[in-house]
Design a binder for this molecule. Structure first.
Ligand code: ATP
Ligand code: MG
Length: 651
């Protein structure tokens, strides 16, 4: 644990707020404010009510068993995730409804109705089964954002095999680490993937990754074709298309899974250190994912829903696959980069498909701001009715830009705080009921008990900051870290017994709204003031020249720590010493003298994880002249070299 955060200073004063329109409230799935009170009084009753939106093969009689740190939910019920996500829709009016509207980066398109998706999943389940995959086996998946990815996941779920997806942007050594840790026996990959007009050599990476692991078979999807340069190893590798064609054209029976059987293992982003293999089970996870689609995303049958995350991250697991499909949604799935071939690709997609719900990350929004509002302005975005963000705290200025330039002032914004570990959104407004404030994820969703603790484990009163905690178990919580239960207990329950510690600092405002201030490990201590990174960064992003900022505390003889800010500028802005002085002054005006950065460095890029989160720990390592910690999750290692030499030049 880093600096204690029991009295995090709150610096930023945000006074804007946005209530849902009467119309939105009237039509929202969740529009009775009593739901909060009811769920608070009887969380198990609330979750059991929500669990009725799934189909169970054997109904459960137990709801929650809690032996801290181990929880079980619905533990005597059985169900199947693929049945709930696909098969049950095939016998209803949704049979011919589009489940996935897919668009490839080069511009190719596919539509899969629920029935078509179901047939593919059946075939893929036959295929995996023919390769010897059984219930409980681990299947590693290293695929680009193509329909074969959800098909493979759902085929695993159908059989009862545990999938572990490795984001296609990862290198072969990262893939190898995860295959070894999960001990996977089959790897599903592609010859290559398209990215920003270039090619990611997935098969070559996979070849280098599997040597010495227990992978016996590699199934290879032909995505790019001969130009991929992929080669097949006789006896180990098989072509997806060939094998699928040989499979029977019959339904594959769903394995009845106990609610507590593992659905998947997914490794965290690695923002704070070595990634953890997070274990999610079937019943509780699906209840959480499905519920939040209806509550936080207000999903209706006629919505067209577009989440820009990659399925390689938890956001894609929960909010491209298991959440929307169990809720019978039409999901837009896009393979490539937002700036290929041009910087308008997302807006083009929204216009083309008439997207109504759009979900993206603050880092993307800041990039769109940097590129300028002319790109979205060229498209008709009037189909949008609700927008979300996830991944990092959203700076209020980015929230306002999103609200104005994408939502045109008409769309509630759901800022969803959650983690790989939590399985689904935990703190987020219900858009028909909660007034939003730019930069705050607002309140916990019904059924979730959140508090802000001081270091003694006492809940702070409104107006103070501290450790964000979750005080009661919830259905979609991680059950353990794969093969490391000790690390699980220590990481999440080691600080306050029986209380889940996410590792984020938070402020509780006078209305009991929650403001995530950044990672506890990143909290800066300047002359006794404890400052979260988010507020100083938000003050910098508030300046018209700034696109993005990362601040860290560097050891300082007198102050304890001094603030160093790394800033990227909007396009066309010149980096001058005058601008540095102006930005320092801007922070002082916005939040006060104690937050004045000691130094500001301009940089073309910030170091980010492959899930596009800022890695402040590496910036701290650079500023304090240390060897760098775990860098395997770094998206672009050259950013670090550039920063290092720049930092040394400065001294
Ligand atoms: P690791 O745990 O390996 O360091 P990570 O924490 O980045 O990686 P994820 O599970 O992808 O892995 O990210 C969860 C974290 O992202 C949260 O703990 C929080 O710090 C941040 N986060 C996600 N959504 C929000 C949000 N809406 N507001 C503020 N922070 C958010
Ligand atoms: Mg984390």
């Amino acid at each position: 644990m880093g600096t204690p955060a029991d009295h995090l200073d709150t610096l930023l004063k945000e006074t804007r707020s946005f209530a849902p329109s009467d119309e939105f409230q009237k039509n929202a799935n969740f529009n009775d404010p009593d739901i909060y009170e009811r769920a608070l009084k009887d969380p198990e009753g609330y979750w059991s009510e929500q669990a009725q939106h799934l189909d169970w093969f054997t109904p459960y009689t137990k709801i929650c068993e809690w032996n801290p740190p181990h929880a079980a939910w619905f533990s005597d019920g059985t169900l199947n995730a693929a049945y709930n996500a696909v098969d049950r829709h095939r016998t209803t009016y949704r049979k011919n409804k589009a489940a996935i509207l897919w668009e490839g980066e080069p511009g190719d398109r596919r539509v899969l109705t629920y029935d078509m998706l179901g047939k593919e999943v059946d075939r893929a389940a036959h295929m995996l089964s023919s390769l010897g995959v059984k219930k409980g086996d681990r299947v590693a998946i290293y695929l680009p954002m193509i329909p074969e990815l959800p098909v493979t996941m759902l085929a695993c779920a159908k059989i009862g095999a545990i999938h572990t997806i490795v984001f296609a942007g990862f290198s072969s050594s990262s893939l190898r680490d995860r295959i070894l840790d999960a001990d996977a026996s089959v790897l599903v990959t592609a010859d290559a993937g398209h990215r920003r007009g270039g090619i990611i050599p997935l098969k070559a990476n996979a070849d280098a990754a599997v040597d010495g692991t227990n992978v016996k078979t590699m199934v290879v999807v032909n995505r790019v074709g001969p130009s991929s340069g992929a080669s097949m190893t006789e006896g180990r590798d098989v072509a997806w298309e060939k094998l699928m064609a040989e499979m029977p054209n019959s339904p594959y029976p769903c394995e009845p899974m106990n609610a507590e059987d593992i659905l998947y293992i997914l490794y965290t982003s690695g923002t704070t250190g070595k990634p953890k293999g997070i274990v999610h089970t079937t019943g509780g996870y699906l209840v959480g994912a499905n519920t939040s689609m209806r509550s936080v995303f207000d999903l209706k049958d006629d919505d067209v829903y577009f989440c820009t995350a990659d399925i390689g991250w938890v956001t894609g697991h929960t909010y491209i696959v298991y959440g929307p499909l169990t809720a019978g949604a039409t999901v837009v799935m896009y393979e490539g980069a937002p700036d290929f071939p041009n910087r308008d690709r997302f807006w083009q997609i929204i216009e083309r498909y008439g997207v109504t719900i759009f979900y993206t990350a603050p880092t993307s929004i800041r990039t769109f701001m940097k590129w300028g509002p002319q790109h979205p302005a060229a498209y008709d975005l009037s189909s949008l009715r609700l927008m979300g963000t996830v991944g990092e705290p959203i700076n209020p200025e980015a929230w306002m830009w999103y609200h104005e330039h994408i939502g045109h002032g008409n769309c509630p914004i759901v800022d969803t705080w959650w983690q790989t570990e939590t399985g689904c959104a935990m703190i987020a407004p219900l858009p028909g009921l909660i007034e939003t404030k730019p930069g705050s994820a607002t309140r916990p969703v019904p059924g979730i008990s959140v508090a802000v603790f001081d270091e003694h484990g006492q809940a702070v009163s409104p107006g103070s900051g501290g450790y964000l905690v979750i005080t009661k178990p919830w259905p979609s919580m991680l059950r353990t870290i794969w093969r490391d239960d000790e690390r699980f207990a220590k990481t999440y329950f080691g600080q306050f017994p029986g209380i889940y510690l996410p590792g984020d600092g938070a402020h509780l405002d006078e209305d009991s709204y929650i403001w995530i201030l950044g990672r506890i490990d990143d909290v800066i201590n300047v002359s006794g003031h404890r400052i979260g990174t988010m507020e100083v960064e938000s003050a910098l992003v508030d300046h018209k020249s700034v696109a993005e900022a990362a601040v860290i505390g560097r050891a300082h003889e007198i102050k304890g720590q001094a603030i160093t800010a790394f800033v990227t500028l909007k396009e066309g802005v010149e980096a001058t010493p005058e601008l540095i002085a102006e930005l320092k002054q801007h922070v002082v005006i916005q939040i006060g003298a104690m937050a004045r950065p000691e130094e500001i460095l301009f940089t073309a890029e910030l170091p980010k994880t492959r899930s596009a989160k800022i890695m402040r720990r590496l910036l701290r390592d650079i500023a304090e002249g240390r060897a760098l910690g775990d860098t395997t999750t770094l998206a672009d290692p050259s950013v670090i070299d550039a920063l290092k030499s720049q930092y040394q030049d400065k001294e």
